[in-house]
Design a protein. Structure first.
Length: 600
């Protein structure tokens, strides 16, 4: 037999390179395979390949007030997970049905359902089952340790942040809340910013998949990790301290008047930033299940109502801007006014009155307002109201906002205009109306309100916030100034109907509102009222606009006596908090009557 020749060193070296290249190609192919795997497929692969997949929860972003104070945060928490195989194996390694005993133990120590946990602990097709999500870290560690002390095995913990609301009920209607984790460990946002900006806040969970043997991770086994991407913070324009105070005043006002509900708005006049948007009744965001479902939304944005006489600010300022009247225009106001089969009355009985336009506003005369509105051309008042923002959502980024109702041009008859002029036959939400009045405070320029600082995109795809603020002129600066001077007479004890809305040391411009409430069940006015007060201060250099609304008071009070004092408290607090000094100028002394010798 011929002898086999040994390969030369060069040949052996070439074969070595070939082998190395083959090995590297295998590793490269595997690397490409792993990189191409969709994260959602890892769990399915785990079942096929005997791998374990564990969720790596993302940290949810915080919700903050304008000063960085927390409204919602993610605190340290853990998930408790079980390996059904280890759970049902005794100390000698034999199969044993230990699931019922462990399920009873867990049901007692955690807020979990016994039967749900039992079915998970008896699974035979997986080595990974959720037992409980978002458990406080100390409690989760203690439960697993206690289970081990009782001889149970197969439990472990992983990081799982918990959502907390350190401010309790402060801005709860805006912040919203999360639901409880479902059977797959997924937590769904249910209201407020948590819902509207979920994509921004939630981030993306990661996963880690690894080989294991006997429930223990194999040190040199296959391992793939996709890191979690934490959510982003959402900074609001709200002032947590001012929000807290506004809510307390609103609650006292609603309860003190025997009302059903109320809202209060505080806006930065110049920027449109909403410093406070309060609803009552409200709830504690940490325990929303304890509240009535009707109280979980944002009434200040979703509920619409007829604004009543606050609307007169818009009507009369438009008439001044159009050059139809001045604050000193003289009007003879009868005790009643017949219009196409209907009779318009004022809120108080009187004979013929000789009022100036300033007096019409100060006394809140429906009849005087209608007589002024007669001077508008066809559809002219409606065009102004549309520019004031009526009939359109403010678009601040909270889902469920209502646009209200501004009658269309086709519906705009003389009868419609009569009613709309003094605030009936048109509906608004509270923030919408606050922004309209703020236009007068801001020198006649409408500034879109904002609840988010900077810019953020909602899950609906809308980009909102102070970074997207828009402005447009509605009335001239001169018309706005003249209207503000007329509004000052509303709080003058010698001329107006709301002296309780004054703020000591400051010039205040304001307007009351008292409107019949429409009942959708009967399609009629049901005898209850919406009372309100809107205004700004300092009147000659406005810094804040405040609007207070109470639904259904039963103490017989109107906008001046119910909402006026609440306005005074909230405005006074805001002015002090932001160190706004009084202007020191003389308040308006526009005449409210003529023919008395005081109408010069």
């Amino acid at each position: 037999m011929p002898r086999l020749r040994r390969a030369s060193p060069v040949v052996r070296l070439r074969w070595g390179f070939v082998v190395i290249a083959m090995v590297l190609s295998v590793f490269a192919a595997r690397l490409v395979q792993l990189q191409a795997i969709d994260p959602g497929d890892l769990a399915a692969m785990a079942a096929d390949e005997g791998l374990q997949t564990v969720t790596l929860p993302a940290q949810r972003g915080d919700i903050l007030d304008r000063n960085g104070e927390l409204l919602a945060e993610s605190a340290d928490g853990k998930m408790i997970i079980a390996d059904p195989l280890l759970v049902n194996t005794d100390d000698e390694g034999n199969e044993a049905d230990r699931a019922p005993a462990l399920a009873r133990f867990l049901a007692r120590r955690l807020d979990v359902d016994y039967f749900t946990v039992l079915s998970r602990l008896r699974r035979t097709d997986t080595r990974f089952q959720y037992v409980a999500r978002e458990v406080p870290a100390a409690q989760a560690t203690a439960v697993v340790a206690a289970a081990a002390d009782k001889g149970f095995s197969g439990l472990s913990t992983q990081r799982d942040p918990i959502r907390e609301y350190p401010a309790g009920d402060v801005a709860a209607n805006l912040v919203g809340f999360l639901g409880t984790p479902d059977s797959e460990g997924v937590t769904t946002p249910l209201a407020g910013f948590e819902l509207a900006f979920n994509g921004l806040l939630s981030g993306t969970d990661g996963t880690t998949t690894y080989s294991s043997a006997g429930g223990t991770r194999t040190p040199l086994g296959e391992s793939t990790t996709i890191d979690a991407v934490d959510g982003q913070d959402l900074t609001t324009t709200l002032d947590r301290e001012l929000q807290w105070y506004t809510q307390r005043v609103l609650r006292q006002t609603v309860e003190g008047s025997g009302g059903e509900s109320g809202v209060a708005v505080v806006m930065d006049t110049r920027t449109g930033e909403v410093l406070s948007l309060a609803d009552y009744p409200t709830y504690d965001a940490s325990d929303p299940t304890d509240a009535d479902s009707d109280d979980l939304g944002t009434r200040s944005l979703s509920d619409v109502y007829e604004p009543g006489s606050v609307e007169k600010v818009l009507t009369l300022s438009a008439a001044v801007d159009a050059g139809l009247v001045t604050p000193r225009t003289k009007l003879t106001v009868p005790g009643s006014l017949s219009r196409l089969g209907t009779t318009i009355h004022d809120w108080w009985e009187h004979g013929d009155l000789q009022l100036t336009l300033a007096g019409v506003l100060a006394k809140s005369s429906n009849i005087g307002t209608v007589l002024t509105a007669d001077k508008f051309g066809n559809g002219q008042l409606r065009r102004y109201l549309k520019q004031f923002g009526l009939g359109a959502v403010t678009g601040v980024g909270v889902s469920g906002e209502s646009a209200g109702i501004l009658p269309s041009l086709a519906q705009w008859t003389s009868v419609t205009q009569d009613r709309v002029a003094f605030g009936q036959g048109v509906s608004v939400n509270a923030l919408q109306m606050a922004a309209a009045v703020n236009t007068v405070a801001n020198g006649g320029v409408y500034v879109s309100p904002s609840l988010v600082s900077g810019s953020a995109t909602t899950d609906a795809g809308d980009t909102v916030g102070t970074g997207t603020t828009t402005t447009h002129r509605v009335i001239s600066a001169s018309a706005a100034s003249q209207t503000a001077r007329m509004m000052e007479r509303v709080v003058d004890p010698d001329a107006g109907v709301a002296p309780g809305a004054q703020v000591a040391g400051y010039r205040v411009a304001g307007k009351t509102g008292t409107a019949q409430r429409a009942n959708s069940d009967c399609g009629c006015y049901d005898g209850s009222f919406t009372v309100s007060f809107a205004g700004f201060a300092p009147a000659d250099d406005p810094r804040f606009t405040v609007y207070v609304v109470v639904q259904g008071p039963t103490n017989g009070g109107g906008g001046g006596s119910v909402a006026g004092p609440a306005f005074s408290k909230i405005m006074g607090y805001a002015l002090r908090r932001y160190a706004v000094a009084p202007t020191g100028t003389k308040a308006s002394d526009l005449p409210v009557e003529w023919g008395t010798g005081d109408d010069s």
